[in-house]
Design a protein around this ligand. Structure first.
Ligand code: PGA
Length: 250
């Protein structure tokens, strides 16, 4: 990958307890080495342990992200929800939004649009996820679906530079199935085309997510137009996570 900044986003999903904080020590040590100057690691643990991660990572280069927020900015009677101010208060400077697991639970493009707006207003950077289902792909609807997801979610938003795009084909998440690098390259070019045509942005950062592991990273890292990876399962094991990082650079 030729990009200046390479992101490795660890999406822990609904895994992790207070004691899990010990599982990132080796990653912290890795970031202290000068060899990894271009690296941007963002840990996205569950909300319950965000502040524990924030304390632990206070003096490190590793950033923290939340996995979701509520779609309005104010405090209010929304049982079980947290807003952008709360995750910021807990130490997060990023948030994952639009993840297919939340879309599956009924999150619409309109709700994602509102969430992105409140996050950016609170100066929280957004890791915006989008991706087609297997059915979309088989029906040759991938481009249309991605375009619709991107345009709907970013409607009325000017602050595009604070958004990191994360292309996550739904059929690839947690399944072990990934595109071959040459096909992924073409898809990323198309996505960049959609973004460039519709928004005024010079540098577009797009990550790939979906079953990234210590083996397929050797092919995925050939995709020159990517700025990094959003990693679920493999990010919970620091040895695997570090292996992915090292293989990306060497
Ligand atoms: P996975 O998850 O790496 O376990 O496929 C990626 C994601 O859902 O962000």
């Amino acid at each position: 990958m030729t990009n200046n900044n390479i992101y490795f986003v660890a999406n822990w999903k609904m895994f992790g307890l207070k004691s899990s904080i010990n599982k990132i020590d080796k990653v912290i040590n890795l970031t202290k080495k000068n060899t990894f100057k271009k690296i941007n690691i963002i840990y996205c643990p569950p909300t319950t342990i965000l502040s524990i991660f924030a304390n632990k990572l206070r003096n490190s280069k590793i950033k923290i992200g939340a996995q979701n927020i509520f779609y309005t900015e104010n405090f209010g009677p929304h049982t079980g929800s947290v807003n952008a101010k709360m995750i910021k208060d807990s130490g997060a400077s990023y948030v994952i939004l639009g993840h297919s697991e939340n879309r599956n639970e009924g999150e619409t493009d309109l709700v994602i649009n509102k969430k992105i707006k409140v996050a950016l207003k609170e100066k929280i950077k957004v890791i915006f996820c989008f991706g087609e289902t297997l059915r979309d792909r088989n029906n040759k609807k991938t481009s249309n679906v991605l375009k619709k997801q991107i345009l709907n979610a970013l409607k009325g938003i000017n602050d595009i530079k604070n958004i990191i795009f994360a292309y996550e084909p739904v059929w690839s998440i947690g399944t072990g199935k990934v595109l071959k690098s040459e096909n992924l390259f073409k898809d990323i070019e198309k996505i960049k085309g959609i973004i460039r045509t519709n928004f005024n942005i010079k540098e577009i950062n797009i990550l790939y997510g979906g079953s990234v592991n210590t083996k397929n990273i050797m092919d995925l890292k050939k995709v020159d137009n990517l700025s990094g990876f959003l990693i679920g399962g493999a990010s919970q094991n620091q040895n695997k996570f570090i292996d992915i990082i090292k293989k990306t650079f060497y």
